[in-house]
Design a protein around this ligand. Structure first.
Ligand code: G6P
Length: 612
């Protein structure tokens, strides 16, 4: 699971590669490397981030107009200089960068070893580099392109690759199966990347490779074949991508910047779709399929991580207001179960990146089974957005922090609009209730601004709990998924073990953990479940647990009872997630910073998980 970039043309390759790699660090950031081709290949690679590589190559001779680069998230072999990509074939003929997993690599490696190949790394990619070289050395008539075809025909697994050959110094060969690759068209130049964002500043013309495509790219020429060596027709897509700046502004971290952007990003998500005086919510991307959605017997929502938490809120909204049966699935489970799906089902995939491997596999499975597939996605032009039947963009802007924040509130905003629109179309919501929620939804950004004013107070709470070993998060109804999300934020970036629970479930296990060392974050606004959640707080307090309560502004009773409180403005219960999650994001952020953690790039994680 990694990011790939490439350049061939008349410009200097290295700056383009390094800039592209920085944009791709969301895919992994444990090691990086480039291979530059200027008559012969020079490989530079390093354990660490792109910044480390940038420093390392400063003193080197790096001029070249052709190059490939890679940022890695380790699958085979620990992060190290040796395991970083490019991986070079034994005799130095090929340099390969690879995203994906070669599943039969150990068998291939055994064969190569028996043929005299030796290995410098633990990676599956080095196996591929050597396999390509093995075929290349079988006869003078065998080109680099043919060798790549032959090697890939032996490979089981997923790959997006870019290959340089020391003897064919005017080309980059790329191939894709399972792991995305896109080629951008310039003027006598081509750009290559794992997604369109790193190259969008250079071009708006893209060729998205399909599975089994193998392309040979020269400065003035692009040829596309499938793995069986048959020509494939080329489709050029024109997409104007908005590329956010890789700039933290006045903030210390991207995550904090993104938390503070939420009032604006929620407004962006509304734009052209919702106004408090609109009779209808407009979701243009769903227009042509909306009648079928109205008739759906069931909606299955699929996602991973934070997107899965948004999906749970979607379930509550859709069942309550649109009265449609909803199931929520982890993509990694759904894809390997034998889910019962029919043409009357709608499968809704949620993904910030639109590139999560499990979510894409779930999409393909749902399609195979004949269900309509919809997407809620942030990254314009991503694989998910291209492969679903219809969908809605969240328009949250580029999210850099690995821990998702603004993408989550944007997803929940879309789900809320979707549920209300569906409810209205089905007649399952009264006009007055609809009008009330729409009006309150439009007020959410203003309320979020008020919550963000508590940032300093939340930092003080963080000081008190920064040394915790475990933490528990509790919520009920719409706020149960928010408890899950709050716990995920804390564990992702501070490495404190945290669990989210439905508050009513506490007595079935987690209560055994409660003692005077355990912080328990309870989301307890004034809603229909207030008295029940106050009882849960009492139960924690009776066992000497430390309660941090997220309460409705003006709640004096919980101020007395809890150790710490953070206030949020009053809201409709169905909209409370859009408010309650903000203090939890800030709490996790401050605890992580106080513990000295790298909040934007936490250890072992990646922003987009492009391997299963
Ligand atoms: C990774 C990220 C999470 C994200 C999840 C799903 O685990 O670290 O922040 O929620 O992938 O990503 P997606 O892009 O599909 O929403």
């Amino acid at each position: 699971m990694c990011g790939i970039v490439g350049y061939i043309g008349e410009k200097e390759a290295l700056p383009i590669l390094l800039k592209g790699l920085k944009r791709l660090e969301y895919r992994g950031y444990d090691s990086t490397g480039v291979a530059l081709l200027n008559g012969h290949i020079e490989n530079y690679k390093r354990k660490g981030k792109v910044m480390d590589l940038e420093e390392f190559v400063q003193s080197k001779n790096t001029f070249a107009n052709i190059g490939i680069g890679h940022t890695r998230w380790a699958t085979h072999g620990e992060p190290s200089d040796g395991n970083a990509h490019p991986q070079v074939s034994m005799n130095g003929t090929f340099s390969v960068v690879h995203n994906g997993i070669i599943e039969n690599y150990s068998k291939l490696k055994e064969d190569l070893v028996s043929k005299g190949y030796s290995f410098q790394s633990e990676t599956d990619t080095e196996v591929l580099a050597n396999l390509i070289e093995l075929f290349y050395n079988q006869g003078e008539e065998i080109s680099a392109e043919t060798s790549v075809h032959l090697a890939l025909s032996k490979v089981v697994g997923a790959y997006g690759i870019a290959v340089l050959c020391n003897n064919e110094i005017d080309k980059i060969i790329v191939a894709r199966k399972g792991s995305p690759l896109v080629v951008g068209l310039g003027n006598r130049e081509y750009f290559i990347a794992s997604d369109a964002t790193p190259i969008a500043e250079f071009t708006s013309q893209f060729i998205f490779l399909n599975d089994d495509d193998v392309a040979v790219i020269q400065k003035n020429n692009f040829t596309l074949k499938n793995i069986q060596n048959n020509p494939v027709s080329i489709t050029v897509s024109n997409i104007d991508l908005e590329i956010g700046e890789l700039d933290k502004g006045d903030f210390d971290h991207f995550m904090l910047k993104e938390i503070f952007e939420q009032p604006d990003t929620v407004e962006e998500t509304f734009r052209g779709r919702l106004k408090s005086d609109y009779p209808e919510i407009v979701l243009g991307g769903l227009l042509h399929v909306f009648p079928e959605i109205v008739n759906a017997k069931r909606i299955v929502i699929v996602g991973c991580g934070t997107s899965w938490h948004a999906a749970l809120i979607g379930e509550y909204l859709l069942e309550e207001y649109a009265q449609v049966a909803v199931e929520v699935e982890y993509a990694s489970e759904f894809r390997y179960r034998k889910p019962v799906l029919s043409k009357d089902d709608v499968v809704l995939l949620i993904s910030q990146s639109g590139e999560t491997a499990d979510t894409l596999a779930a999409l393909h499975l749902a399609k195979e089974k004949g269900a309509m597939v919809l997407g809620i996605c942030n990254v314009v032009g991503s694989t998910l957005s291209r492969e679903t039947d219809a969908g809605v963009y969240t328009h949250a802007g580029v999210e850099i922090g690995v821990a998702s924040t603004k993408a989550f509130t944007a997803q929940v905003t879309v789900l809320t609009m979707f549920a209300l629109k569906l409810a209205k179309a089905k007649g399952t919501i009264s006009d007055s209730e609809y009008g009330k929620i729409v009006k309150e939804l439009a007020e959410i950004p203003q309320k979020e601004r008020l919550i963000l004013q508590s940032n300093d107070a939340i930092k003080q709470v963080a000081e008190k709990y920064k040394d915790a070993v475990n933490a528990l998060y509790l919520g009920r109804s719409y706020l149960f998924p928010v408890a899950l999300e709050g716990a995920l934020k804390l564990k992702e970036i501070s490495y404190i073990h945290a669990e989210g629970y439905a508050a009513g479930e506490m007595k079935h296990g987690p209560i055994a953990l409660v003692d005077d060392n355990l912080p328990v974050v309870v989301i307890a606004p004034h809603d229909a479940y207030y008295n029940k959640i106050v009882s849960n707080i009492q139960e924690v307090k009776a066992r000497k647990g430390n309660v941090i309560a997220v309460v409705t502004k003006g709640d004096t009773a919980l101020k007395e009872l809890a150790n710490d409180v953070v206030e949020i403005p009053k809201s409709h219960p169905a909209l409370a997630p859009l408010l309650a999650v903000l203090p939890l994001q800030l709490l996790a952020y401050h605890i992580a910073v106080l513990r000295g953690c790298n909040v934007d790039q936490p250890r072992n994680l990646a922003k987009s998980v492009t391997v299963e």
